[in-house]
Write a new protein. Sequence first.
Length: 193
Amino acid sequence: MFIRTQRLFLRPGWVEDAAELTRAIAHEPVVRMLARAPWPYAEADARAFLEAPQSVRLPSLLVTLPAESGRIVGGCGLHRGEAGNAEVGYWITPERWGNGYAREALGGLLGAARWLGHQRIAARHALDNPASGSVLRANGFRPTGRATPYRSLGRGAEVASVEYALEPSPHVPQQQDWTRATAYAEAELGAAA
């Protein structure tokens, strides 16, 4: 699966991406917020991630910058959550924080998730990562009122988290659906106005 947003290109990773993926993700402030990435993160970890089989309905994608020759700046994907629903995960390399890339990548991923037939999508973020909550809320997620722990390989411990959910509703504003053929023309018209 490939997803193009206004500034980003989300694509599957290949084993040839292992060194660049390691460069992008191997930062303790990134890995400590993730559930499945170990710390320290080595190229062998990137290779294992890239070689792992993927489900068509639960893609894991690299976030790249077409304007910079496809440089890897993050990752996002869907996985099976504890309740059986699809759950999102995402990260951006620290040197690119503050550019809105996580919000934009998640918006593109959610368009694909709807196209794949996912109805309710879950998310969570560590209590000490409120910026991730802002990304989720910007994409229409709402807190469920539950705070539960999850196991973080990066921290080697249980981490308290806040749970969110996204359910289709005509009352929840959605981010731009970049999977629609007309999305780019609409974005250009909006920017020109």
